[in-house]
Design a protein around this ligand. Structure first.
Ligand code: AMP
Length: 124
């Protein structure tokens, strides 16, 4: 089984606790959605699970069926609420070092609002 040590002091843990603010888009039992502080598209929203999971790897290995279903339903719901289900959007879940994950609390980026171009940009 995948094990990961969760850092309670990561920035999204602080947002979940209400220690620091966010521009909230939606919240339910399983997920919190808020605007990315450094948007890369006209619409750039992050969706995070309420539980303490480091990454997609940790979440899909260790979360309950209810947490996983509730979270991914919330991702789709947020996209519809944002009005981007048509003409579409991109989900990104950076995972680990090679994935470029900066914040060690599992999150999905919803990016939308224009044609997003190439799937992967190469670093320099
Ligand atoms: P990742 O590289 O997938 O871990 O992405 C982390 C994302 O979190 C980046 O897009 C940041 O702009 C975003 N971010 C970092 N701090 C905050 C914050 N306080 N509020 C909203 N978004 C943040």
């Amino acid at each position: 089984m995948t094990t990961a040590i969760y850092d309670d002091e990561n920035i999204f843990a602080k947002i979940l606790r209400g220690d620091i603010p966010c521009n909230k888009v939606l919240e339910n039992d399983h997920a919190l959605a808020f605007e990315d502080i450094n948007p890369q598209a006209p619409v750039h929203v992050l969706v995070i699970p309420k539980g303490a999971y480091v990454s997609n790897d940790d979440f899909t290995a260790n979360a309950s069926e209810a947490e996983i279903a509730g979270f991914f339903r919330a991702v789709g719901h947020v996209a519809r609420e944002l009005g981007v289900a048509e003409p579409g959007y991109r989900l990104i879940a950076n995972t680990g070092t090679h994935g470029g994950q900066e914040v060690p609390h599992f999150h999905v980026h919803i990016c939308a609002g224009r044609l997003l171009g190439r799937m992967i940009a190469h670093p320099d």
